[in-house]
Design a protein around this ligand. Structure first.
Ligand code: AHR
Length: 501
């Protein structure tokens, strides 16, 4: 294949990454919590029921913050059910996922687990079927020191110090017909504005996230976003966007090209922000909270009705992720970095078992699926100044896309002066030669490390019995006089790391 070239100039950059680009999402869905990160009685569980073995897989991901509890789950969530003595907590019919919610793991348990993991919490309030007052009460419970009904209730529950949550989602995917409490952008935007205003009267330090489109193929995209923002612009800080990409039709070249849609969505929403700011004669900025993204193949709309209803922690959305998903995720992560001037929060959906790369056996072990490593590398080496490269790559056409570059790549100038180039080769069968020219850095570099995730079988994966079948391995590259050269294996995720000489 023809060589792909990339020019990287120190003076041309996109932005510094926000710490909140390295987040995940935890929803009481299937076995994400119960049988996932929480399983009292498991041989590896601590005194709170938190699985230590699962935590040991999560910790290296260095997650800054995790969104909780939803998700579709939020639309009938009564946060008060999930606090206080466990034996008094009600069991509820959880309609989003058609199961019973026992509320044994709630708001304070997630606070404890997050502390253990060293991550913050992005809390979601229910504006789909509840209102402004319940949202205010939740902020008061979480964030006020004491001396009021809700803050004293928290203290009576054993949490003397406030949780001090800064980031608050104003409901979830209100545009979706599957949502309990679906609404128009204008009606929802008005309610979200009033909720945000009132929540900030309780705690002026908080930042709020307006729910935007569930995905860019929604018929109401981007009108829903525009209408909601028109109502709420001055009162909110982020617009939530979601995008899952899938290979349901078994068309891998087309699947790998789907991130072009993600990229386009960010560009379109960036344009919407600029237009709205002009329309409002505003100096206020709103950024993207990309708080659900991943690859996802199971058909969510029907699976929840196909299993027996009203079970507890019934397995749901447990995709077996494979090698090609690791590459597709890599391209999603590169897309996030490429748009980090407007994308300031990003949450990989979800953390354990459901749509997740960490898999557990209830009562048994846990292991990781190939895309786990892609995210691990992103979190480990993706922090810094994202540079704006000029890329020239050979291209292909797929079922839905034309001119898809085989190379998807982004360079990051890490804060210690080293450079990381993340690169994906979308070709299923050909090696892609890559040449990177570095300009204006004022110092010379040497190869620090080359990490490759590839496998001749696009469907290769890991299992409990064979957990290391797909693992990253060391690769090679050449560096001389400001030029980095590497051969990218077919269908591969590559991390090329240069250190200052
Ligand atoms: O992550 C699973 C579901 O996907 C979430 O609950 C919802 O927000 C989205 O539709």
């Amino acid at each position: 294949m023809k060589t792909a070239s990339m020019i990287v100039d120190r003076d041309y950059f996109i932005d510094h990454t926000d710490e909140k680009l390295f987040c995940s999402f935890v929803e009481p869905l299937g076995r994400c919590i119960y049988g996932g990160l929480y399983e009292p009685g498991h041989p590896d569980a601590d005194e709170n029921g938190f699985r230590r073995d699962v935590l040991s897989l999560i910790k290296p991901l260095n997650l800054t913050m995790n969104r909780f509890p939803g998700g579709n789950y939020t639309s009938t969530f009564r946060w008060e059910d999930s606090v206080g003595p466990k034996e008094c907590r009600p069991r509820r019919a959880e309609v989003a996922w058609q199961c019973i919610e026992t509320n044994q793991f709630g708001l304070n348990e997630f606070a404890d687990w997050s502390k253990l993991n060293g991550s913050d919490v992005m809390m979601t309030v229910n504006l789909a079927t509840r209102g402004v007052l319940e949202a205010m009460n939740c902020v008061e419970y979480c964030n006020l020191e004491g001396g009021t009904y809700w803050s004293d209730l928290r203290r009576s529950h054993g949490y003397e110090k406030p949780h001090g949550y800064k980031y608050w989602c104003l409901s979830n995917e209100i545009d979706g017909p599957w949502q309990v409490g679906q609404n128009t952008g204008a009606v929802y935007g008005h309610l979200a504005r009033e909720a945000s205003k009132a929540m900030k009267l309780i705690d002026p330090e908080i930042k709020t996230v307006l729910a935007g489109s569930s995905n860019p193929s929604m018929p109401t995209y981007p009108v829903f976003d525009a209408e909601a923002l028109d109502q709420a612009w001055e009162y909110v800080d982020y617009l939530s966007l979601h995008h899952y990409i899938s290979n349901r039709k078994g068309d891998t070249p087309n699947y790998l090209a789907r991130t072009l849609t993600t990229d386009l969505m960010f560009k379109q929403i960036g344009g919407l922000f600029a237009w709205m700011k002009a329309k409002k004669r505003s100096s206020h900025n709103v950024y993207v909270s990309f708080d659900e993204y991943n690859t996802w193949h199971t058909v969510s709309g029907t699976e929840r009705f196909e299993k027996p209803r009203w079970g507890i922690a019934t397995p749901l959305l447990e995709d077996t992720y494979v090698m090609e998903d690791a590459v597709a995720l890599g391209s999603l992560l590169i897309t996030i970095l490429r748009n980090c001037d407007i994308v300031k929060i990003a949450c990989l959906s979800e953390l354990v078992n459901c749509i997740s790369h960490i898999r557990t056996r209830t009562g048994g072990g846990c292991w990781v699926l190939p895309p786990y490593y892609t995210f691990l590398h992103f979190s480990k080496y993706g922090r810094g100044t994202v540079l704006n490269p000029r890329i020239d790559s050979p291209k292909y056409d797929s079922t839905d896309y034309t001119d898809v570059p085989f190379l998807d790549a982004i360079p990051v100038l890490n804060d210690d002066g080293s450079i990381t180039v993340f690169a994906v080769n979308r070709s299923l069968d050909e090696t892609l030669p890559l040449e990177v020219e570095l300009r204006g850095f004022g110092n010379d570099f040497a190869i620090e490390e080359v990490i490759i995730l590839s496998n001749p079988d696009p469907k290769a994966t890991n299992t409990e019995d064979n957990p290391d079948n797909v693992r990253p391995h060391a690769g090679s590259a050449a560096y001389e006089d400001g030029r980095l050269r590497a051969d990218l294996a077919p269908l591969s995720w590559n991390v090329l790391r240069l250190k200052v000489q």
